[in-house]
Design a protein around this ligand. Structure first.
Ligand code: GLC
Length: 546
């Protein structure tokens, strides 16, 4: 397989609204990101996935774009955006823009025109439908943010489609002129020198609404091949699709280099393991570690040479991993380091979500008035109407709600965690006095330095990038695997539990300890693992020594 820079780097996701506020309005901004580039360079990352910074009325925090070629006024100006791209480059960091083209804001000029003037050519940029025979919604499609996916436009008597909020009308990718406008806009950003695109819910663009087909529609890959040719195809950019509906087979369609679509996709199989089968993310069931490791291992081995993995535990839509699957109390440090080690040692491009590198935790609420995220707010009222009690809904929101990951970055023990001198748009997690960047940087054993070390190791050891993967049979709570490259073998082990576990891998001899989340050197692989213990060692099969 040809080798690319985007396979070698570690990517860091910035959620600008919550990263760093430079002007005291309580909202993070571009200048704030520029101010923290040295911090990110110290961590060692090679790219930033920047959540949307475009003009937006913020119904869904920037995922509802009203102008793709303007910067949201709270975030700054286009000149500052250009400066961010340049300043990042100086530090060998590429900027990967969030590309949200399944839908726009209802305040985008195209939609305003489409609505006001049904005869305009913009009408067909969106998806319209006459009412059903009974006068109601055209069909049973539902929005990811609760309720029907159809809203009536009273003036024309037609419904428009929105797979997210009412203020996020879906674009009609069947219209070639719309597709061309998108490609022109992408080229505008490419010409600015960005490093690539993260493509929001890209598996929805091939939708056939009248047939109630949303993801993986028949023309999806045709559109992506067309996009590739019209935009980034002749450049070596990082392109990563958000694809909730991907299996390994589907992932190869996107990322097999021979097909000229994307570099890689975010797959969500592991993310959905703690929800009841056939239900939504809000219907929780405990994670089985055995399922987690087998799901991840399957992705590791099945893509082979026909695709590339992205590796992540967190993003702005998911709860904090140590609160979700680790132990964010007595083993916060150990479990955070375990998740870091297990993820970064797998094959694929690792992504770190802001705050993950200092072990930030979920931030529970007691009442819906404290929630800012439209998805959780809509869910709350939908479930109340369905007869759920408040406590149950709030508990579900505390477990899975998106605000958990969106609380402001904790920079120091100062007021508001040093995020802003004003009033933060979302309350800072009260644990900022103990969990913050300043503290992490002064403690040489902090979670931060584990991430820093993993990134540095990646730069020195091609094995981490290119090595083969093999899952080892162990007891349920232990995840152990080998990576092999050019005659060298690394063993990666993690105990995903609060209890001691017996590791029984005496068939391997330790040559060297690479990294460990407890202080001492590893000598034997037939040993007792402590809670959330994780390490990597260079090994040889004992037989090899004969
Ligand atoms: C993606 C984004 C999410 C957003 C949604 C609609 O899932 O990650 O934050 O709400 O798309 O754009």
């Amino acid at each position: 397989m040809e080798q690319h820079w985007w396979q070698e780097v570690v990517v860091y996701q910035v959620y600008p609204r919550s990263f760093y506020d430079s002007d005291g309005d309580g909202i993070g901004d571009l200048k704030g990101i520029i101010a923290k580039l040295d911090y990110l360079a110290k961590l060692g990352i090679g790219a930033i996935w920047l959540s949307p910074v475009y003009a937006s009325p913020n119904d869904d925090n920037g995922y509802d774009i009203s102008d793709y070629q303007r910067i949201m006024s709270e975030f700054g100006t286009m000149a500052e955006m250009d400066l961010l791209i340049q300043e990042a480059k100086k530090r060998q960091i590429e900027i990967v823009m969030d590309l949200v083209v399944n839908h726009t804001s209802d305040e985008h000029a195209w939609f305003v025109e489409a609505k006001e003037n049904p005869d305009s050519l913009y009408r067909d940029y969106y998806v319209w439908s006459d009412p059903a025979k009974d006068g109601g919604v055209p069909n049973g499609l539902t929005s990811n943010f609760s309720g029907s996916a159809w809203t009536l436009d009273e003036a024309s008597g037609q419904y428009y489609l929105h797979l997210f909020s009412k203020k996020q009308p879906d674009l009609n990718w069947q219209n070639p002129q719309l597709r061309n406008e998108i490609y022109t806009m992408m080229n505008y950003w490419i010409d600015k020198g960005i490093g690539g695109f993260r493509m929001d819910v890209i598996d929805l663009i091939g939708k056939i609404p009248e047939a109630e087909i949303t993801n993986n529609g028949p023309k999806l890959h045709e559109y992506l091949q067309e996009m590739n040719q019209a935009t980034f195809g002749d450049k070596d950019l990082l392109t990563v699709g958000e694809t909730w509906g991907a299996t390994p087979e589907i992932a190869k369609l996107y990322s097999d280099p021979k097909r000229h679509e994307l570099s890689m996709v975010f797959q969500f199989e592991h993310v959905m393991l703690d929800q009841e089968a056939g239900k939504s993310k809000w219907d929780w069931t405990p994670l089985k570690i055995n399922e987690l490791k087998h799901a991840l291992a399957r992705w590791q081995t099945e893509l082979g040479e026909e695709g590339w993995n992205s590796l992540f535990w967190e993003n702005h839509d998911l709860p904090r991993v140590i609160s979700r699957w680790g132990n964010d109390r007595e083993y916060r440090e150990e479990s955070a380091k375990l998740f870091a080690i297990i993820l970064h040692m797998m094959k694929g491009t690792p992504y770190i979500y802001q705050g993950e590198e200092i072990g930030m935790t979920n931030s529970p609420v007691t009442d819906i008035s404290q929630v800012k995220d439209i998805e959780s707010i809509n869910l709350y009222y939908e479930r109340l109407a369905q007869g759920y009690d408040k406590e149950t809904i709030i508990a579900a929101i505390n477990r899975k709600g998106r605000d958990n990951a969106r609380t402001p970055m904790q920079w120091s023990a100062d007021v508001n965690g040093g995020f802003t001198s004003g009033t933060p748009w979302l309350k800072v997690n009260p644990n900022y006095q103990t969990i913050n960047v300043e503290q992490a940087l002064t403690d040489e054993n902090s979670i931060f330095y584990t991430y820093q070390k993993l990134i540095a190791l990646r730069k020195d050891h091609p094995l981490m990038i290119w090595g083969d993967f093999e899952l080892l049979e162990t007891t349920d709570k232990i995840f152990a695997y080998l990576r092999r490259y050019q005659g060298e073998t690394w063993l990666v082990v993690g105990n995903f539990s609060d209890d001691k576990q017996t590791l029984d891998l005496g068939q391997y001899a330790v040559r060297k300890t690479i990294i460990h989340n407890y202080p001492e050197i590893i000598t034997s692989l037939a040993r007792e693992l402590r809670p959330w213990e994780a390490f990597v060692t260079v090994v040889e099969a004992n037989d090899d020594r004969k």
